[in-house]
Design a binder for this molecule. Structure first.
Ligand SMILES: [Zn+2]
Length: 661
């Protein structure tokens, strides 16, 4: 495990401009550098690098972070991998503590399992390319699909003969332990090969290591299953992996879209034809883990399926799940009698992509139309269909997206919008409460797990094949901008991050910083922070500052919580200027701009006052509600009201604003 000191050393010495420059052509613009964003397609640069702050930020797609996060994002590395990459680039020596013996053993164990699989992959390939049976049966099958030799090598395709223990014996001869062969399930309990007389497909994990195999029989007798997959093992958890993801991940990111097909051969054919952003879920509906995997690279999924509608039904559950993870889902029915393979052969990659764009249809609207068709003249079926669609819509976390769908579907279904909205809200409530229960269970489970294992914070849990950190739980689906006080909370945090370290000019205590002033003044209203992320950050800052440390941008940008990190980057890269319009719309409080570097103290005070004003208004509203109750202590409530009113007016006078109500 890399020591904390070493981590800090690497972060401090990895100049962001040098790191990004390897991938992006940067041009100077003022104090910043700018270029075309490597994470989304664009023609005019909206990607910025700030050498002073040590961060990058794209105003097009929202990606941002420090050097380590840039490398993690760009190279799909995990945290330790990114650190090692940077250390090598800048010649920084890495200090490591001994990993625990148990952990080391486990890692060694997994490495040896990968090696066995690697041996098998090579063995299957050799059998395919160098033996008579392999050439006449296996290779001619792949040739019939027009696979080139490069493709066969790239995807680790192979063949296994009818010999009962061909692989097992070769592996033993090469010195591999029979026990390991059994653990990866290549050898069965009778010491024979698990796969026999099949063309072989290697299944790779996200980092390209072989974790399992699939074998397709070329026999036509109906008793043999067409495809057989490796049983699940320590390395291979079917619901967590997508076939082809290793080869597709770069293209998925660059094109900002993931094409989902049914079979292994579809993936390979499309990839060979130049459509590389393609993966398969191997016949099953998408799982939550698979969706999370896609989401690391894009939020757009395009499902191709043969036009006969059975495919779409099977995929429906997975697609609903994808919607609930805020992915955009498009479906593309293929022309009758065509599969992705035949179609791309016919059209070529450019026209194939154009076909997908043209025929692709939004999943929810597509589903709505289908259900209308199916339930024509049948009122009961129609009402079931409506419930079905509304439930699907309710799964979308973004309220704006939801209302757009409600509008569109009410038009298609010829049902009043408000009726649909009400039904959707009911479903949404149910959905949210289910989610909360799930989250609580999740948190409890994680707590249990963390108590049990003493795993290193910068090492991925051993059973994860992609070395990923556990994702933070998604925030509850509330549009934060609609919440009152949103921008006031944001302003306070923005000031804290950007100027928290700065000394207050002309103050009696020479060392007094803006951070200390803000935190002290927030003590009694801290519970008033509504946005959960801001609240978390304020709490962290309070703890830091109260123990005499600085809670500056660096602390948050390098925080271990992904959500905090990305919020910190956003807050640091937002300009402190707003158009007149914004001020009207959101009551933006930072008005003495555009010189925040000089006016940060005034800004801080002003933001605090606005924040408190918001709290007082809320308290007044609460008080009013209490008055309506029958058993209300009216005298006390009126006194409270009076006191709040005074406080409010005082603040308002201070802020020189006119209160309208
Ligand atoms: Zn971007």
């Amino acid at each position: 495990m890399i020591t904390e000191r070493s981590v800090q050393n690497i972060i401090e010495n990895s100049r962001i401009e040098d790191v990004v420059n390897d991938y992006v052509n940067l041009k100077k613009r003022g104090a910043n550098l700018t270029g075309l964003c490597p994470f989304h397609n664009e023609k005019t640069p909206s990607f910025y690098v700030s050498p002073a702050k040590g961060i990058y930020k794209c105003f097009g797609c929202g990606k941002g972070g420090n050097s380590v996060q840039f490398i993690m994002e760009h190279e799909s590395f995990n945290f330790p991998e990114a650190l090692r990459h940077l250390a090598a680039k800048f010649n920084i020596e890495i200090e490591e503590t001994e990993t625990s013996d148990e952990h080391k053993k486990l890692k060694q164990h997994h490495d040896s399992l990968y090696l066995v699989n690697q041996f098998a992959e090579e063995y299957f390939q050799k059998t395919l390319l160098e033996t008579d049976e392999g050439k006449s049966v296996g290779l001619s099958y792949f040739k019939s699909r027009s696979y080139l030799e490069d493709t066969i090598k790239k995807f680790g395709l192979g063949y296994t003969s009818s010999e009962p223990a061909g692989l097992t014996n070769s592996a033993k001869e090469a010195g591999y332990n029979l026990d390991l062969l059994k653990q990866v399930r290549l050898t069965n309990q009778y010491d024979k090969d698990f796969f026999r007389e099949r063309v072989m497909f290697t299944i790779h994990n996200l980092s390209g290591k072989p974790i399992a195999f699939a074998g397709r029989t070329l026999r036509t007798d109906k008793k043999t299953a067409k495809y057989v997959n490796s049983p699940e093992t320590e390395l291979y958890i079917k619901s967590k992996i997508l076939y082809g993801i290793y080869h597709a991940k770069k293209a998925i990111r660059n094109l900002d879209e993931c094409i989902l097909v049914e079979g292994y051969t579809d993936v390979i054919s499309l990839s060979q034809a130049g459509v590389e952003n393609v993966v398969a879920s191997s016949g099953t509906a998408l799982t939550e883990d698979q969706i999370r995997l896609v989401k690391r690279f894009t939020s757009n999924i395009k499902l191709l399926y043969d036009g006969d509608a059975a495919g779409i039904k099977a995929a429906s559950r997975g697609l609903n799940l994808a919607l609930s993870q805020d992915l955009n889902v498009t479906v593309v029915p293929l022309p009758e009698g065509e599969d992705p393979d035949s179609l791309v052969q016919k059209l070529g990659s450019t026209e194939f992509m154009a076909f997908l764009d043209e025929k692709g249809e939004d999943f929810i609207l597509f589903k709505t139309k289908k259900l209308i068709e199916d339930s024509k003249n049948d009122p009961i079926r129609k009402s079931n269909s409506i419930t079905d669609i509304v439930n699907t819509i309710a799964k979308i976390p973004d309220p704006i997206k939801r209302s757009v769908y409600i509008k569109e579907c009410s038009r298609l279904l010829e049902i009043d919008e408000t009726v649909l909205m009400e039904t959707a809200n009911k479903a949404l409530k149910k959905h949210i409460s289910e989610k909360w229960v799930e989250q609580k269970r999740d948190i409890a489970r994680k707590e249990r797990e963390s108590k049990q294992s003493s795993s290193d914070p910068d090492e991925p849990p051993p059973m994860m094949d992609n070395g990923e950190y556990p994702e933070p739980l998604p925030a509850p689906a509330v549009s934060e901008k609609i919440q009152s006080g949103y921008y006031k909370e944001r302003d306070i945090l923005k000031l804290l991050l950007n100027y928290g370290d700065k000394k207050i000019p002309e103050s009696e205590d020479e060392d007094l910083t803006l951070g200390q002033v803000l935190i002290t003044n927030l003590e009694d209203v801290i519970d008033h922070f509504k946005n959960p992320t801001y609240r978390k950050m304020i709490d962290m800052a309070r703890e830091k500052i109260n123990s005499g440390d600085a809670a500056n941008a660096n602390f948050f940008i390098n925080h271990s919580d992904k959500e905090i990190r990305s919020m910190a980057v956003t807050l640091c890269s937002e300009e402190f200027e707003y158009s007149h319009n914004w001020w009207e719309m959101h009551a933006i409080t930072l008005r003495t701009q555009p010189e925040p570097d000089e006016n940060f103290f005034e800004e801080g005070m002003q933001a605090l006052k606005y924040f408190k004003l918001g709290k007082i208004k809320d308290m007044m509203a609460e008080n009013k509600e209490k008055m309506k109750k029958e058993d209300a202590d009216v005298i006390l409530l009126i006194k409270t009201h009076q006191r709040l009113l005074e406080m409010r007016n005082e603040l308002a006078k201070d802020l020189r604003i006119v209160l309208t109500h």
